[in-house]
Design a protein around this ligand. Structure first.
Ligand code: HEM
Length: 470
């Protein structure tokens, strides 16, 4: 299955080689990760495993986070089943996560794949997906990171966001017009996944005819972690035939190929004919005085379409669930839309759509009394930080009047703080400000469905009902 525009031009991926240049993924594979060098000062056996993706289908395991925060705030976790490396430290306290994020010289994003807990074993890696989950700015430290981030910056500044706001507002109206007469819908499919695709495509400069492809790519990417996890689980149980079935895996691989071919195609176009859009900036950006390597172009493409889509989409749907479950807060908000900005902060805090990011220690150090050796893996569990009672009073309560809701760490903190935060907040504002006026009596209409994933909280279905508009 090739993208339409690729068929038109008959450009194959091999022909779209654009440059040599820096490739991080080649470098980090040589890096070794250590287990825990020092005695554990918080000995504890967790009641469940954060590697168990099934538990994430019920929402994030906030009880487990609480248990770890109380009993072992720096907890050494056994490795993901697909991980040939030793385990990882789990941080669940707000101050510890902030400390690590603010000290990139000790806690590197670059040393060994900044964002992922595991790269899996070689035989389980999709060659392209594997490299491109590494080769992007989220996984760079120091000057290289700052330089590449600077190229992205103009498209996330206030003036640009304001220009975009008007288009986003019109798109929200169009999406809500489409669901209004029906009286019920799956909010994810019809609104939450459509709006971020629209917004991102506007920022990136993706033609309208190609935008729907992004939706399918996202759905498959969310399942990537699960496919590998299921296979390993079955192999460990002695089964020789792997699930999900091979046809599903073939389809997954075809989707991934299509996504990267399209990325290279459009980036090549933007390198030849730059426009005033983010993809042109990426296509023409440089690291160490050289244009980005093909691997970095693939990676930057993957990062931006993934980070820019899923996160906002899941916050949008998650907020609807929170309002449904907290009717008094819903009424208060509908009666006073001035509360919207704080409601949005509180929603992002409670949903925390990015579940964790990872860092690697570069030297012997200490976190909250626990000594850590060099080259140990550390995972920052944002949803746990955001419910830390030492920062947020009565943290499990959804409270749109909370006076420090904006102190949450859901966007990260420090050098890698989410660059898309203003875009995310603007979309949420535009969506809720219209939705809450037009669909005041909305309710959930059945159960939600969440993907088995411990990296992003990925809501796949959110059935709602409301009085239809004529
Ligand atoms: C509610 C929505 C969002 C949340 C919760 C979120 C969360 C995050 C987090 C936790 C990080 C990593 C921080 C770290 O490692 O220290 C991040 C980085 C990033 N986000 Fe977001 N994000 C959201 C929306 C967006 C949007 C809409 C875009 C793009 C349009 C975007 C693009 C990025 C990029 C490019 C990075 C990498 C920044 C860097 O490495 O310097 N995000 N985001």
């Amino acid at each position: 299955m090739m993208p339409e525009r690729m068929e038109e031009t008959q450009v194959g991926v091999e022909e779209i080689k654009m440059s040599g240049g820096y490739v991080l993924s080649d470098e980090i594979l040589k890096h070794k990760i250590n287990g825990s060098a020092f005695d554990h000062v918080y000995p504890h056996t967790a009641s469940n495993s954060l590697n168990n993706l099934d538990i994430f289908t019920k929402g994030q395991p906030f009880d487990l986070y609480e248990e770890l925060r109380e009993k072992a705030p720096v907890y050494f976790h056994n490795p993901m089943p697909i991980d040939p490396e030793p385990g990882y430290w789990v941080l669940t306290k707000y101050e510890d996560i902030k400390y690590v994020s603010m000290n990139p010289k000790i806690f590197s994003s670059q040393y060994a794949s900044g964002n992922l807990l595991t790269l899996g074993t070689e035989e389980n890696r999709h060659p392209k997906l594997f490299k491109s989950t590494i080769d992007h700015m989220l996984n760079l430290d120091g000057e290289m990171h700052l330089g590449l981030r600077k190229e992205h910056m103009p498209f996330f500044k206030a003036g640009h966001v304001d220009e975009l706001r008007q288009k986003v507002s019109l798109k929200v109206t169009e999406l809500l017009d489409a669901i209004a007469p029906k009286g019920e819908c799956n909010l994810v499919q019809e609104v939450s996944q459509q709006l971020p695709i629209f917004t991102l495509s506007e920022i990136l400069g993706i033609p309208e005819s190609d935008r729907q492809k992004l939706v399918s790519w996202m759905e498959f990417l969310e399942l990537a972690q699960y496919f590998t996890y299921e296979m390993i689980k079955e192999q460990n149980e002695g089964k020789t035939d792997s699930t999900p079935d091979p046809a599903m895996i073939d389809m997954f691989n075809a989707m991934v190929d299509e996504m990267f071919e399209y990325g290279r195609f459009i980036l090549k176009e933007k390198r030849k004919n730059p426009a005033n859009d983010l993809l042109s900036a990426i296509a023409n950006a440089e690291i160490n005085g050289e244009k980005l390597s093909d691997e970095f172009l693939d990676g930057s493409w993957l990062l931006i379409i993934f980070a820019g889509n899923d996160t906002t989409r899941n916050t949008m749907s998650g907020g609807i669930k929170l309002l449904h479950e907290n009717q008094e807060q819903k009424e208060m908000l509908i009666n006073d839309l001035e509360l919207l900005p704080n409601f949005i902060n509180e929603t992002v805090r409670c949903v925390s759509p990015v579940i964790h990011m990872r860092r690697t220690s570069l030297e012997e150090t200490e976190i909250n009394g626990q000594k850590i050796g060099p080259y140990e893996k550390i995972a920052l569990w944002y949803g746990a930080a955001n419910r830390d009672p030492s920062v947020f009073e009565d943290p499990n309560k959804f409270n749109i009047l909370r006076d420090n809701a904006d102190k949450h760490l859901a966007f990260g903190i420090g050098r890698h703080t989410c660059i898309g935060k203003p875009i995310a907040l603007m979309q949420l504002q535009e969506f809720y400000s219209q939705f809450l006026v037009r669909f005041q009596d909305f309710e959930m209409n059945g159960d939600w469905k969440v993907a088995p994933n411990n990296f992003v909280h990925a809501i796949q279905e959110m059935p709602i009902k409301y009085s239809p508009e004529n």
